[in-house]
Design a binder for this molecule. Structure first.
Ligand code: AMP
Length: 258
């Protein structure tokens, strides 16, 4: 399972990523976390990124693309990964597509957590207050002024990715302002009921009958615990195309008969 979580800072991507990592046994891949580690370790990348992060701006594309490319080659990422905070620009998305193709990998889905900026500002202010009250160090970029810049960077540079992935048929949008369990349930519904396949092409269901079973609640729907997306995407493209054709014909016949 290879997923992208898309959403502005404070949308709860980290929280949802953590849960999905446990559910699917995949690795979390947060470019923000990786950059912060590099800053702490004082590596050349860290030195380059430090002030950019503190200003709430974006680190150059080539730097983050190289980090992600190296990371997904690691053995623990073989089972899959969830990208949180990457890609953040269209060139990064294009680079990701190229690198996945070169490695013979594909994406299973892009989940957008749709949010309201005003509420996000409040959320981050609460997060800062809670972190400080626990006596923990507040992130240098968790500051209302820097956050405004990070939100502006999201609006200008990252939001176009929503359209980018929508056009590819890969985007699934959930309400990121709902309570954490509700967001989690909405994500699960997206992944269970409507998986997307290679290069963002919507996957067709294995049996035509399933497509019409609308109205099933999350409680009554059978649990498929994430196995399906990977299984479906492994089907050879030619076979999938043939199956689609057969199903289309069957559906057309059904309409004529009815
Ligand atoms: P995050 O923890 O994802 O909010 O990232 C914190 C900061 O790291 C961002 O404000 C950027 O300065 C930098 N950063 C993280 N991911 C990226 C990325 N994909 N492209 C550019 N800069 C990034």
């Amino acid at each position: 399972m290879r997923l992208i979580l898309l959403g502005p800072p404070g949308a709860g991507k980290g929280t949802q990523a953590k849960r999905l990592v446990e559910k699917y046994g995949i690795v979390p891949l947060s470019t923000g976390d990786m950059l912060r580690k590099a800053v702490k370790a004082g590596t050349p990348v860290g030195q380059k990124a430090k002030h950019i992060i503190e200003r709430g701006e974006l680190v150059p594309d080539d730097v983050v693309v190289a980090i992600v490319s190296d990371r997904i080659e690691q053995p623990d990422a073989k089972n899959g990964f969830i990208l949180d905070g990457f890609p953040r620009t269209v060139p990064q998305a294009e680079a990701l597509e190229r690198m996945l193709r070169e490695k013979g990998l594909s994406l299973d889905g892009v989940i957008e957590l749709k949010c309201d900026e005003g509420i996000l500002l409040k959320r981050i202010e609460n997060r800062i207050a809670q972190t400080a009250s626990r006596g923990e160090t507040v992130r240098a970029d968790d500051d209302p002024e820097v956050l405004k810049k990070r939100l502006a960077a999201y609006r200008q540079q990252t939001a176009p990715l929503v359209e980018y992935y929508r056009k590819k048929g890969a985007l699934r949008t959930v309400d990121g302002m709902a309570a954490i369990p509700a967001v989690a349930a909405a994500i699960d519904r997206c992944l269970d009921a409507d998986p997307v396949g290679r290069a963002g092409t919507p996957k067709k269901r294995a049996s035509p009958g399933r497509a019409s079973r609308k109205g099933r609640s999350a409680k009554t729907a059978p649990k498929r615990a994430g196995k399906r997306p990977t299984q479906v995407s492994r089907r050879p493209a030619k076979r999938r195309a043939m199956q689609r054709k057969t199903r289309k014909k069957a559906a057309q016949k059904g309409v004529r008969r009815g």
